[in-house]
Design a protein. Structure first.
Lengths: 129, 263
């Protein structure tokens, strides 16, 4: 429980998000283009961080499905900014030694004739520390 | 008029058309794009983490150079624009962040003085769509064109301040200024799938197909974008109408497109 409390504070400080502002309308998840692919949805990130239930989020594939499209941030009527929580939890996961989601060795296999540099840079920034 | 210009990595490589036609069109409109000296990658994505500083330094250096020349900083790529504009906003409004960044800056502090314009905003706010209309020599009459904003140009709207995030008009006004017909459709400000196409190609495919299908259902014959990643995802996932950079369309209307062929 102590550990959870520390993690919760860390995620809140890193993201700058106050999950207490959430009024549970569900609009973030309703507008999320990755909703069907996510085990935990944007509104669950907000409620689970608030209750300190962070370990399931840390180990979830959902961290790598968020598109960072900011739809949930833009459309939240309370300005909670769920995607910033997803980002903070993902960073906590990949910052651990050996936990990078993507390494430089993975890149050659991804290349095709048309792939824009922007895609590789963005993916690397999101999946690697 | 002279402005500072930040092209970004993709515009010098896989998205050369976006860059070349931006130059040619600006010239035709009497705007000189002065490329930032020794620019480095914008960072690709703006990390929302409060702790991340290093990945934002290159954007700050570009902003600093533009500010020192008292010129607006113009971007073309949606991603570069999003990162640079958000970085500039953080430098102006987040003292803790700007203090950290300024410790890396060799010559003087920076606190968000530069004005950042996307090329489309430059056309609207500095050149003017009416003035643009007068320069059009090859009006694109009868073409039904869908503007694709994606996510990066408009959000977060409080920082980007380009247009109404849910009912934008800047790209539609641009299309009309070129003499074509703009097609409005619901998915124009939804995500193409972004960088997730390397992790979950099926998710990117679904997102991209939703955009193209929706645009076509409203009669679109062509989609325009400012983002190399949007273009890649739409085309890779089987768009069966042309997806072109807005600068290419601009160059065509201004009659300077042929000049760049074969370069």
């Amino acid at each position: 429980m102590e550990n959870n409390k520390y993690l919760r504070e860390e995620i809140i400080r890193e993201s700058g998000v106050n999950p207490k502002k959430c009024m549970k309308c569900g609009k973030c998840s309703a507008t999320c283009p990755a909703y069907d692919e996510m085990e935990y949805h944007p509104h669950q990130f907000v409620s689970m961080v608030e209750s300190g239930d962070i370990m399931p989020l840390l180990n979830s594939e959902s961290l790598y499905k968020c598109l960072s499209c900011f739809a949930c941030i833009e459309r939240c009527p309370r300005g909670v900014e769920p995607a910033k929580l997803v980002e903070a939890v993902r960073l906590s996961a990949i910052r651990k030694q050996g936990e990078n989601r993507m390494t430089a060795n993975d890149v050659p296999a991804l290349l095709d004739e048309e792939i824009p540099q922007q895609l590789l840079v963005s993916a690397f920034r999101k999946y690697s520390k | 008029m002279k402005v500072s210009y930040f092209p970004g990595c993709t515009l010098k490589n896989k998205a050369k058309d976006l860059d070349l036609y931006a130059y040619k069109s600006a010239e035709a409109l009497g705007v000189t794009l002065e490329e930032i000296e020794n620019w480095q990658c914008c960072g690709g994505v703006f990390t929302t983490s409060k702790k991340e500083v290093a990945t934002k330094l290159s954007s700050v250096r570009a902003l600093k150079e533009a500010a020192s020349k008292e010129q607006p900083l113009v971007t073309v790529c949606s991603a570069c624009h999003n990162v640079i504009k958000q970085t500039n906003h953080a430098m102006a409004n987040d003292k803790e962040f700007s203090d950290k960044v300024n410790r890396y800056m060799a010559d003087g502090e920076y606190s968000g003085e530069a004005e950042v314009y996307h090329y489309l905003e430059m056309l609207r706010d500095l050149v003017g769509f009416d003035a643009l209309k007068e320069k059009v020599v090859n009006p694109l009459k009868g073409k039904k064109i869908a503007a694709y904003y994606g996510c990066l140009l408009l959000r977060p709207s409080g920082v980007m301040k380009m247009d109404d995030p849910e009912n934008p008009s800047i790209m539609e006004d641009f299309i009309k200024a070129l003499g074509a017909e703009s097609v409005v459709y619901a998915m124009r400000n939804e995500c193409c799938g972004g960088y997730v196409s390397v992790e979950s190609p099926e998710l990117a495919k679904k997102s991209s197909n939703n955009v193209v299908t929706n645009a076509k259902s409203q009669g679109a014959e062509m989609i325009i974008t400012a983002c190399p990643l949007c273009k890649y995802n739409l085309v890779k996932n089987g768009a069966d109408i042309p997806v072109v950079y807005f600068t290419e369309l601009l160059a065509e209307a201004l009659g300077v497109k042929e000049d760049t062929n074969g370069k």
